[in-house]
Write a protein of this length. Structure first.
Length: 223
């Protein structure tokens, strides 16, 4: 953890008081689940999946592109709503991560069906985004922060390379635009390999950060 940041500066998770524990627990769950931001996430996921399904029935790539657009716009809107209404929650962050992965996986599967010549780049990106990036994005729950967007409070370098606005745009957006906009797959594949290298590096860094916050092992008797 960054030693310059105190525990009090973290956006902490909702706590349940000792009095009326069952009632407080239900209220906390309601605050986590029933938010406008989560509703936007659910709508954008349903909209994207619906358009992908239409594309599979229709056999045209344009529906998958429409679904991708719904995913991108909805991803911006639900984050804005959560911050504007102060509705950032642990559940909402994890729901957002899951919605992103479902939307991207189904889009890329749909895209490869129509553009099999770009399968290598698409599969490499799915490994980077659906496996490595999913693992890293969920590590924030080990610290008292509400989402990866606040990971700079834990480790600024990791946040800068993975979850700052330029890093997030470089991740999914650039690869997808290269894959769709160019007739060759090698530029998207090259960028994806760079992203895989970055995520492997920060996977090791995440392990170091996790170990550094664990309590010391108890002494072994007789030593």
């Amino acid at each position: 953890m960054n030693p310059s940041v105190s525990q009090a500066q973290f956006p902490t998770l909702p706590l349940v008081s000792s009095a009326s524990r069952a009632q407080d627990t239900n209220a906390a769950l309601a605050r986590e689940l029933c938010t406008w931001a989560n509703l936007v996430t659910a709508i954008r996921l349903a909209g994207a999946l619906g358009l992908f399904a239409v594309g599979w029935q229709d056999g045209r790539l344009r529906w998958a592109l429409y679904g991708l657009l719904v995913y991108w716009v909805g991803d911006l809107v639900d984050g804005w709503v959560a911050r504007k209404l102060r509705q950032e929650t642990l559940f909402g962050a994890q729901m957002d991560i899951l919605a992103d992965r479902l939307s991207v996986i189904i889009f890329y599967v749909s895209y490869v069906i129509h553009r099999p010549g770009k399968a290598a780049a698409a599969l490499a990106f799915l490994f980077e985004f659906a496996v490595l990036d999913t693992y890293l994005s969920n590590q924030f729950i080990r610290w008292p922060v509400l989402s990866p967007n606040y990971f700079y409070m834990v480790d600024r370098e990791t946040w800068k390379w993975l979850w700052s606005k330029p890093a997030k745009a470089f991740n999914c957006g650039l690869v997808t635009l290269l894959l769709i906009g160019l007739p060759w797959q090698w530029p998207a594949l090259l960028v994806t390999l760079v992203l895989i290298g970055i995520r492997l590096r920060f996977s090791y860094r995440m392990l170091d950060l996790t170990r550094s916050r664990l309590p010391p092992a108890p002494p072994v008797p007789g030593r």
